[in-house]
Design a protein. Structure first.
Lengths: 273, 273
């Protein structure tokens, strides 16, 4: 059986001491370099494959220092502090630059934690939206390859049909999952948190260059809860809070179809003009 | 003239090559170790003092690996990638442990950026609240020292008066500033983003042990805009989105009194029970 295209894309070969090698996947190509979500998932995958790992991901921050060049990259994942219930990881992705020297293309940090059964409650109920079966798929022709890896059913705030510069709010809600079914897991969730197109396109109905600079995911669900989602849909919601001098922030929430908040996520995004 | 107590607390001595030494300040002591906000400000201060710095802070992520012990610490701040408009920093705080070896107590990443004048808009208008002059100061006796460093005027969602286990929502809004006036700057703003008491205390009216594991600040304001705030009040708003298996997340927004969104901030917080 051939591995799922997502698993092929995040595949890493361990060479010991927290060093891994991987390669970009044409299937997840973005305008320049790979889809940020697949890079975030790859970073997380390095930690999940590390033999010293304790617990499950709680927090993931990925800083995109430069677009990855097509081809090979190296990942270093180091546990710098292990406590009774949390473990702190420092991760870097490097590539050999034109000069022949290693260049840092991603820095990241991951916190993993032993989750205990405690008093728990969701304070962000899933918005009332039509079910995935009631929403037509997103069918616009896509200029980039990675979009075709996802099934998307936009509920509101989809990419503008006409780039007429009319301002609107920046809220998007959509059902999403892998186009070729794949059981949801932690790496899959990290990637989904970056699926939203740039808020500035929606807010201004103007297609300006934009790219994520830093993103963070706080995992509320563990592997067991994600397994319950299986091949099901995930409802994603994203909105911006401020656009200022070339950068905007995005606050995102992702729920299972049964209404459990799976993660919250934030990012700060560069935009031109 | 003696330096402000905040500036004393975040003071660092550079020894070259991105290495700095500092010491915890009793004035910002928390239950165990220092107030997380002062540590976040110290991390940022190392980057701001680095001779290679380009641009202004855009993003700051601080992972609290362990409580800092009272006394000396070392900060390492390294620019790992410098682009045309962004610069990526990796920061670590270490202390000499009981065994005599250096132990990592904080990992952090900072992105600085050259901000350009672009189309800009705030999508999170400041909530309509009474002015600071109309709100009585928070006068409850505080068990920890750092709280006395801030003037706080809670508008809604203050620390419960009675710990009766009654659940409520987790929203707090308060006016805040340094108790001894200090002109707002980037380090001061980073610290203010962590002033909110643990959301679990408000949500459950139950005082359980809690501590920030990771926090991120996205700066919408630069030094010039913060200078306009001067000694003025900042309106802070914080709420949790989910409490799950020992950890909750917090989404926070901070506005100037004139209604400009200064930063958005997020954190994930450990809680017991």
């Amino acid at each position: 059986m051939t591995a799922h295209v997502f698993d092929q894309a995040i595949e890493l070969t361990a060479s010991g001491d927290g060093q891994f090698s991987g390669a970009t996947s044409p299937a997840y190509a973005n305008m320049v370099g790979p889809f940020g979500g697949i890079t975030a998932a790859t970073v997380l995958n390095a930690v999940l494959q590390h033999p010293a790992l304790l617990g499950e991901p709680l927090s993931l921050t990925v800083n995109f220092c430069a677009a990855l060049a097509d081809g090979a990259f190296a990942v270093s994942a180091q546990p710098v502090r292990t406590n009774r219930s949390t473990q702190h990881w420092v991760v870097a992705v490097t590539q050999t630059g034109a000069s022949g020297e290693d260049e840092t293309v991603v820095t990241a940090s991951v916190v993993t934690a032993a989750r205990r059964s405690t008093w728990s409650v969701d304070d962000e109920p899933m918005p009332v939206v039509p079910s995935p079966a009631e929403v037509p798929p997103y069918a616009a022709p896509s200029p980039v390859e990675w979009i075709r890896r996802y099934a998307m059913r936009p509920v509101e705030g989809q990419i503008p049909h006409t780039w007429d510069g009319r301002t609107s709010d920046s809220l998007t809600r959509l059902w999403m999952r892998d186009a070729v079914p794949r059981a949801l897991d932690l790496c899959g969730l990290a990637a989904l948190a970056d699926v939203f197109f740039p808020r500035i396109w929606l807010r201004r109905a103007t297609r300006v260059p934009a790219g994520t600079v830093s993103m963070t995911v706080y995992f509320h669900a563990g592997a067991a809860q994600l397994a319950e989602v299986g091949h099901g849909w995930v409802l994603g919601q994203a909105r911006a809070q401020a656009f200022r001098n070339g950068f905007f922030d995005q606050a995102a929430l992702l729920w299972s179809e049964t209404g459990h908040l799976l993660c919250s996520s934030h990012q700060v995004v560069y935009y031109k003009e």
